[in-house]
Design a binder for this molecule. Structure first.
Ligand code: DGJ
Length: 749
């Protein structure tokens, strides 16, 4: 509900309130953003500058409270008394946009530039501000679980205006905060970094042309004493896939200015008279129930208003992807053999990754040439997909449509289609980007991708992009608009295609890409222990249905870490499960385990993909319709570990639940020479007998089952003992390093 009464603007629902007023100098003054409050709280919530502070410019010399720098604002300009960071830089001049009027709209007005935009029920407040020669429209859309904001600048003058910086929003929150952001690099995405917001500016941004694995656009501001379950936490994100910028900075007055938008570095966008420029939409939410409460609101928002409606609530298939198992080395026979094995394990979708077109036998050639390599696939994609579909599986395909190798027919025919910057060419992964600002390039991509999609009844596409851009500033923004045009033309008419975007893993994990496809490949690093960080960090801002989570081989290709297959499965359950390893050499005990994993996941798929997510101290929890699954994960073990608790969240205290461990086996090979203490015969630790036995025989890992109250589960039940070097016992979790368990907790009827 949006009300505008007695000079107060109030966007309020049962979760959130944004309360503000316009000062007598025409500036939007924030009174409150957070949990719901009343109009009548306005005076109490307002910051009162009293007689002000010294050393300031006053908008009215007779009013000592009129220094804009002392007021919590929802927008500000350059120069003219507010010397905090400005969300707007125009023509290198000071700006003075003041409130003119407002409108309440029953929906969000459609964006015109092609930027993606949150969908679904909302109300919107449009505030118009003006200075000579330009109008600024600030949009505030209230959704059930979040607020979105964006700005539009209109040139009402007679000369071009050059926008150097136009943020999607700016807001001054009273109080001190910590800023949590997520940074990384290839195969090391989403490291969590929390710093106090001080008078020194905290900035996250990207300049690679993509939202980047260096800094995810999503970030949090939390009260310094906020915990996972209590305290005020704000979450912010941007519906954008290009260069982004966000900052937070404290002020002498105890206000924290936060803003987010397109990165202003090198930015200069000319707006001709009569034209407009619109920013991407920023999303913000808040919860007084700590990081967990904030995350759950963001998850709901992403599921309800960002991912394509067709996929919002639709279960995702268990997939097999050919990349880590085959890389470029395959032919139809090998793929069909893998498909049969994958089908036998329970996989539902077979995805052929890189290497199927042009002369792409390595990553130095072929990008851009979307004609099938008939040496590898004599029956073409149509033939292969038909054969896979006959096995009873869906078929999906990898594309990297934005790129071109110099060694390709496309580049030889159209060298001018490559995105260059006038300086000597520099390659990334031996490739160039195509210039998506050119309509003919976009047409080429749309024609080629759709030709293949339609001929083969594909139901899944992995859309990859594996290099950084040389385009900066406005050109980088124009590229992203071109990308959105291409994605819209291909996928909007084919909503049934499950689009999983990817950019060397998580180089473009953002809400802009999620608007076109519900899943993103979050990292090339599938090591489950690394994934605890990567998926764990993503969980702050993105629902688990947004990321593919694959079981791969051990030792792991990126970390060389050996981990149990059980843990690889247990971690991947908390996402969209897939398998990405050579299936030919699986031992029979591994086949049994994978079959059991897939069966378990399928019977609780909705819970894992769409359940309400909680981070626990020692793992993750998802809950849906009275059923909870909890994963407890370990890193390096300590000798002689003590008791461990399972402490669940969000359960009904008064109800009773059945808890059981997902049954799993422990490989006997890991005990090596220790077996001699229990075996009746002398077994060589690395001998043929043990190696053979290890492939077929496993020890039962401790499993427990209780009938227990919600109150006890909330307070924390004691789990079975961990291995302590005092012997093997069925009623013990005998796991070693990187062990884990998954528990299923169901409401008793
Ligand atoms: C990078 C992706 O992240 C991988 O999953 C894989 O698709 C390769 N590209 C293929 O070249």
């Amino acid at each position: 509900m949006i009300t505008c009464e007695n000079g107060l603007f109030h966007l309020k629902n049962e979760n959130l309130s944004l309360l503000f007023r316009v000062t007598r100098y025409g500036l939007p003054e924030l009174l409150h953003f957070g949990t719901p409050v009343e109009d009548s709280d306005a005076e109490a919530l307002a910051c009162n500058p009293g007689l002000g502070w010294g050393s300031c410019l006053l908008l009215n010399d007779a009013d000592s409270g009129s220094c804009p720098e002392h007021i919590p604002l929802l927008w500000s300009g350059s120069g003219r008394g507010d010397y905090r960071e400005s969300p707007l830089e125009l023509d290198g001049k000071s700006t003075n946009f003041c409130y003119v009027n407002h409108r309440v709209l029953e929906a969000a007005p459609a964006m015109v530039s092609g930027l993606p935009q949150a969908h679904g029920a909302c109300e919107t407040l449009e505030i118009t501000m003006e200075q000579p020669g330009a109008k600024l429209y600030l949009y505030f859309s209230l959704f059930e679980t979040a607020l979105t904001r964006r700005a539009v600048l209109e040139n009402t003058g007679t000369d071009n205006l050059c926008i150097h910086k136009l943020m999607s929003f700016s807001m001054d929150l009273p109080g001190e905060f910590e800023m949590t952001s997520f940074h990384g690099g290839w195969a090391a995405e989403m490291g969590k970094n929390t710093v106090p917001v001080s008078r020194s500016r905290c900035v996250i941004d990207s300049t690679t042309g993509a939202s980047s694995n260096m800094h995810n656009p999503g970030f949090l501001l939390s009260e310094p004493d906020a915990t996972e379950d209590a305290g005020v936490v704000y979450g912010f994100n941007l519906v954008y896939s290009g260069n982004h910028y966000a900052s937070a900075q404290g002020s002498q007055q105890g206000l924290t200015r936060v803003m987010q938008g397109i990165n202003p570095v090198n930015f200069c966008w000319d707006v001709a008279p009569g034209e407009t420029f619109e920013t991407p939409e920023a999303v913000m939410t808040c919860s007084a129930e700590g990081f967990g409460g904030m995350s759950r609101r963001m998850h709901r928002f992403v599921m309800d208003h960002i991912v394509p409606e067709y996929w919002a609530d639709r279960e995702r298939p268990v997939l097999y992807n050919s990349w880590e198992g085959c890389m470029f080395d395959f032919d139809q026979k090998r793929l069909l053999d893998l498909a049969k094995r994958a089908k036998n394990l329970g996989c539902e979708l077979f995805v052929l990754d890189d290497g199927w077109f042009g002369v792409r036998n390595n990553d130095r050639a072929g990008l851009g040439d979307y004609h099938v390599n008939t040496k590898k696939l004599p029956n073409g994609i149509a033939g292969l997909s038909a054969k896979v579909q006959n096995l009873g599986m869906e078929f999906g395909l990898w594309f990297e449509p934005e790129s071109v190798n110099e060694d390709s027919d496309l580049y030889r025919a159209h060298p001018d289609w490559a995105l260059t910057d006038g300086h000597p060419t520099i390659l990334g992964r031996h490739q160039l980007l195509l210039d998506l600002t050119k309509p003919e390039v976009r047409d080429y991509i749309v024609e080629n991708v759709t030709r293949i999609l339609d001929m083969s009844a594909l139901t899944y596409v992995k859309w990859d992009m594996n290099r950084h851009s040389v385009a900066v500033g406005a050109r980088a923004h124009a590229y992203i608009l071109g990308l959105y045009d291409v994605l819209r033309r291909i996928f909007e008419p084919r909503p049934y295609i499950l689009l999983e975007s990817c950019s060397s893993g998580g180089n473009r994990f953002d809400l802009g890409m999620l608007k076109f496809g519900p899943q993103i490949w979050c990292s090339d690093n599938t090591d489950p222990i690394s994934r605890l960080t990567i998926q764990g960090s993503l969980s702050y801002l993105y629902p688990q249905s947004a990321f593919g989570a694959h079981v791969s081989a051990s030792p792991h290709a990126q970390t060389l870490r050996a981990t149990p297959l059980t843990t690889r499965g247990n971690v991947s359950f908390f996402g969209c499960l897939g398998y990405e390893l050579d299936l030919k050499h699986l031992a029979s005990i591994e086949i049994q385990e994978i079959k059991a994993q897939i069966e378990f996941y399928k019977s609780h798929r909705r819970l894992f993909q769409f359940g309400t997510f909680h981070r626990m101290k020692n793992g993750w929890q998802v809950s849906l319709d009275g059923v909870t699954a909890a994963g407890v994960f370990h890193g390096l073990v300590n000798a002689a570990p003590g008791y461990e608790q399972l402490r669940l969240k969000g359960l009904d205290q008064t109800k009773r639940y059945h808890l059981r461990t997902r049954a799993q086996k422990i490989r006997i090979g890991q005990f090596a020479h220790l077996l001699k203490h229990v075996a009746p015969v002398d077994i060589a630790p690395d001998g043929a007998i043990l190696r053979t036995a290890d492939k077929v025989y496993g020890l039962e890992d401790g499993a427990e089952g209780y009938h227990v109250s919600g109150a006890a589960l909330t307070s924390g039940i004691r789990l079975l003992p961990l291995f302590r070097g005092t012997g093997y016992d069925k009623n013990q979790r005998t796991q070693g390093d990187f062990g884990s368990n998954v528990y299923l907790i169901e409401e008793a009827q």
